[in-house]
Design a protein around this ligand. Structure first.
Ligand SMILES: [Zn+2]
Length: 380
């Protein structure tokens, strides 16, 4: 592909994504709504609307008459025009969800995985689960792919799981490639926590600034949304938040170091001391705030949700009392609105985002940024 062709393709996808982003955030819209929200020209918006309607992603939903002149056609997103399946691969369970183009979870199942499961165990469980979901509905032509949110460490860029903590059979496994061959569908592989924070960003839209998703589920991880995009780091392995040390003389952790947040938290949790476990996590969250200055902290994970209110209250208290000048620096602290589905749903949204999201710019980026960039590149 020549550079110019690539640019045109990029722009077409970009403008399409802007219109779809509007469609996801409002119930109905018309051409002028999109022009106002995106800064694209009316002619450009008409072209995109025609293409999206032809592809079945949006449809007319009536007309609006305002004084004299031609009535305006009102459109709406067609949520069931495209779907993605999302998987949350945890140490003991595989959760699968079906998510539509609007980001709604339409179907959710969870099945046990064998202890210390192998790549073959997982691939078979994925195929059985995906078959079960697609057997119920005729999704042909509408299923865009499968997103996997998996325990790390992993290399998102190359689709490799690298010695996942607590899983002995997972040394540099090319899971993305294996799953694509096994399922016959495009596969997106990411860390569980990064998938989770993507789901939160989709739900919050433009108001979602710098944020972290803290997950407590047979380990502790952190997913980051920084500067309006998922933050994966130089080797795409960001998020090993549980393996930051909080006690130099603490017990030995699975990662080989001593006194990691994860192992100190585990000690309190195994002793049944929920208050102390929550307090340990809160110390870690404050360390993170001091490092990154976040606007939102979202709490998630099965082990945390079992004592959701204890954890939420402990973190809320710590961010108000342990951060110097908390009057100025306090973030919001919430429990994930998607509950146990957050990782799987986020993995599915990443698939939809790759196809219909805004390339190289972020979902949730303020329209003014999108407008300036698109006007300049479009030369409109
Ligand atoms: Zn560790």
């Amino acid at each position: 592909m020549t550079r110019t062709t690539a640019d045109v393709t990029f722009l077409r996808g970009y403008n399409q994504a802007l219109v779809l982003a509007v469609g996801r955030t409002v119930r109905t819209f018309e051409r002028s709504t999109v022009v106002d929200a995106t800064g694209l020209t009316p002619q450009a918006v008409s072209k995109v609307i025609a293409r999206l309607a032809a592809d079945g992603l949006i449809r007319p939903a009536g007309v609006r008459r305002l004084g004299i002149g031609k009535p305006a056609v009102v459109y709406e997103l067609v949520p069931d025009s495209r779907y993605a399946i999302g998987a949350h691969v945890a140490r003991r369970t595989l959760r699968l969800v079906l998510v539509d183009l609007a980001g709604t979870v339409r179907h959710s199942t969870v099945n046990p995985l064998p202890g210390d499961f192998t790549p073959e165990h997982l691939l078979d469980a994925l195929r059985v689960g995906v078959d079960a979901i697609t057997a119920g509905d005729d999704l042909r032509g509408r299923l865009t792919g499968v997103g996997l949110g998996m325990i790390g460490p992993l290399d998102h860029a190359n689709g490799l799981v690298r010695d996942a903590h607590g899983l002995r059979q997972w040394h540099d496994v090319p899971l993305r490639e294996l799953a694509e061959a096994h399922l016959g569908l495009p596969v997106h592989l990411d860390k569980d926590v990064t998938a989770g924070i993507t789901a939160e960003a989709w739900r919050h839209g433009a108001t979602f600034g710098d944020a972290a998703l803290i997950m407590v589920e047979s380990g502790i991880g952190g997913g980051f949304w920084l500067g309006g995009a998922a933050h994966r780091g130089a080797h795409t392995n960001a998020g090993e938040f549980g393996h930051t040390v909080v006690d130099l003389d603490g017990p030995r952790c699975v990662c080989g170091r001593h006194g990691c947040l994860e192992v100190v938290h585990l000690g309190a949790a195994e002793a049944g001391d929920v208050a102390r476990a929550a307090r340990v996590l809160a110390v870690g969250v404050v360390n993170l705030l001091q490092t990154l200055d976040l606007a939102h902290v979202v709490l998630a994970g099965a082990d945390l949700l079992r004592h959701a209110e204890d954890y939420r209250a402990a973190v809320e208290r710590a961010v108000r009392t342990d951060v110097p000048r908390a009057d100025w620096l306090t973030p919001t602290v919430t429990l994930s609105g998607l509950g146990a589905d957050v990782i799987a749903a986020g993995a599915a949204m990443q698939v939809l985002d790759q196809l219909y999201g805004i390339p190289d710019l972020t979902l949730g980026a303020p329209p003014t940024i999108a407008r300036r960039t698109s006007l300049r590149t479009a030369g409109a």
